[in-house]
Every structure is written in C-alpha cells, then in structure tokens.
Design a protein. Structure first.
Length: 271
C-alpha cells in the first residue's frame, strides 16, 4: 500500500469540509456517550454497554475509513510496467503530467496528478477517490449512514421525549440563527448536534444512492454520466470484489484488514 506524500487538502472548500468532518465527529461522539446515552440507558445496564460498544465500533470504522481514504495513494505512481504497445491497448498520454496512463485514468487538476480508475475528487477527504481507496470511501459513507441514523434515533428520543423539546426548539432546527438570540449555548448544544446529525444522515444517503448502483455495475462516476459501463462484469459480486478485494466479506469489519484488490482487466499492475 502506497501512502500519499501530501495528505492535506489543497483548496479552501476542501479544508472547510475536511475540518467539518474532522472536528465535529469526535465532539459529537463524546457528547452522545457522556450526555445522551446515560440519559436514555442507565450506566451498567445491558443496553448501555451494548450501545456503547456499537458506537465505538461505528466511530472506529467511520474515522478509520475516512483516514485511510485520505492517506492511500491512488495515483498512477507505482505502475510496475507499461505495455510495449500501450496505445493499442487503450492507454493514453496525459497532456498535463505527460505520463502514459492506463484506461480509466484521468488527471485531477486539484490533486495535480493522474488517478488510477478515477471516480471523483471528494472535498471532505481533500483527495481523489480511485482504484486503491475506493473501498475506504464507500465504507466511510456506509458507516456514516449507519452511525448517524443510529444517533438520530437516540437524539430524537433525547430531545422530543425525555427533554420535552417545544415548538421553539423545532424553529431553531429550521432556522439556525435563532440559536444565537434565544437560550444559552449549553441549552442549544443538543440542537446544534441534532442539526449536524440530520446533515450527516442526508449527506450519506445521497452519496450511497449515487455511488452504490455505480459500483454494482462495475463503473465509476465518469462512466455513469456517459451511461455506459464498458469494464463492468455481468455478476455484481465480481464488481464488488474489484472495489473491496478478495476478502470483501471481511473487509467491512475494519479498514485495517488487508484485502488484495482484483482487476478483471489486469491493467493496473502496481507495486
């Protein structure tokens, strides 16, 4: 596995999105574990212990896959060899970096390099999603969806049932500036986190709806826009294996589990 030399975002918008994820996730997690969870389940009870363990598993996979997606280098650097007649097999010369690159490799002007099997540039990770880190990106948004949905249920019970939130709380959720003119920071804290929770649920759902059908067809975002998937397999299981590797049935358990990638077209021989 190759690690990127420069893992920091390059654009201001990427920095904002990166900090939103990087700062809000640990703060919200601590709030959920210290304030919300003990309020609903008594500490020491089975449900408290089970929910705490689930939360740790989810936050580990969210942050772990997020970090892996950022750190893993998915550029064309590290190709072992170029075919003797590359242009006859679909390879092309990039006019930006002047390298001969395989099919489905495109140059990213933000990352300033060609990306293997480039899917898209993600502003939240500040890097491109491609051949080597596609697995981590999908797992990140999948676990973000599961975790944020789990938290949304608990936060809803906490706010609307146990804390007896009123119509003013509902207005504050719809209109964030109201939080700055009514109530204290602490009283509005749960509403702020509730808004972030809703944002995470919506964000992850939209991304899953967009990306899952694409990988099931063995494609990338560029091919989705073109409406054709020339490199896809007939079996969706084989397409999933190209993203999650030989151990795809276990790869979801942890970003630390190694799962060697398989490319059915055999054009991305990497070191």
């Amino acid at each position: 596995m190759r690690i990127r030399k420069n893992v920091w975002p390059r654009r201001h918008v990427d920095w904002l999105c990166f900090l939103l994820i990087g700062i809000s996730m640990p703060i919200v997690f601590i709030f959920e574990m210290i304030v919300v969870l003990p309020f609903i389940h008594p500490p020491g009870s089975f449900l408290h212990t089970f929910t705490f363990a689930m939360a740790v598993f989810l936050i580990f996979n969210i942050t772990g896959n997020f970090a892996a997606c950022i750190m893993v280098d998915t550029s064309v650097d590290g190709l072992l060899k170029v075919p003797e007649k590359p242009f006859s097999t679909g390879w092309h010369k990039c006019v930006k970096c002047l390298k001969i690159v395989p099919p489905r490799s495109w140059h990213c002007k933000i990352c300033n390099c060609c990306i293997l099997k480039r899917d898209h540039h993600c502003p939240f990770t500040g890097c491109c999603v491609g051949y080597r880190n596609h697995r981590y990106f999908i797992m990140f948004i999948l676990f973000l969806f599961i975790g944020s949905t789990y938290a949304f249920i608990y936060n809803s019970v906490f706010l609307w049932t146990l804390k007896s939130a009123n119509w003013l709380s509902f207005l504050k959720i719809l209109c964030l500036p109201l939080m700055f003119v009514t109530g204290s920071l602490w009283s509005n804290m749960s509403l702020i986190f509730y808004n972030l929770n809703i944002l995470a649920v919506v964000y992850s759902i939209v991304l899953l709806i967009y990306h899952l059908p694409v990988i099931l067809k063995g494609g990338v975002s560029y091919e989705r826009r073109k409406g054709a998937y020339p490199y896809g397999n007939d079996r969706w299981q084989a397409n999933l294996q190209e993203v999650f590797g030989k151990r795809m049935h276990l790869a979801w358990l942890s970003p630390l589990l190694r799962s060697e990638l398989i490319d059915s077209t055999d054009i991305w021989k990497i070191d």
